[in-house]
Design a protein. Structure first.
Length: 140
């Protein structure tokens, strides 16, 4: 989910189990839609309910290591209010911290394909469109 603060910086979380930043979200469970999974994961990870907006990006990822190929969805989390930000309570078994950063400032802390996907989502917000990508590269 792509959420921003009032300055337009993107909300990033730092997982305890890997060395890269992420945006809030996660895997779908059996019989769960991508939108429902986004809402659930944000609630579990951040401890807040966010109005999840429109679909920004659909991105296909190829097989990598133990992970099969997958389709990633990025939804618009909108602009979080100061009250919402103040209410964030991280799932301590999963996340060590959160911060709002400009995408350019976060690039070195992101996997390259994730950085490309987030850039597509950021562009989609501004353009009012939904983008299809493969491995973080826009197609179509």
């Amino acid at each position: 989910m792509l959420a921003r603060d009032e300055s337009g910086r993107i909300l990033f979380v730092c997982p305890t189990y890997k060395p890269f930043l992420e945006i809030p979200g996660g895997l779908v469970e059996d019989d769960e839609s991508p939108l429902a999974a986004c809402r659930r994961e944000v609630r579990e990870e951040l401890g807040i309910d966010v109005t999840v907006g429109r679909l920004l990006v659909v991105d296909w990822l190829p097989t990598h290591g133990v992970w099969r190929d997958s389709v990633q969805f990025v939804f618009d989390g909108g602009v979080l209010s100061r009250d919402q930000i103040g209410a964030i309570r991280l799932a301590s078994d999963e996340l060590s911290r959160f911060e709002f950063l400009a995408l350019e400032s976060a690039q070195s802390q992101l996997r390259p394909s994730k950085a490309r996907r987030i850039a597509l989502a950021h562009q989609a917000v501004s353009a009012g469109e939904t983008v299809y990508g493969e491995f973080g590269r826009r197609l179509g």
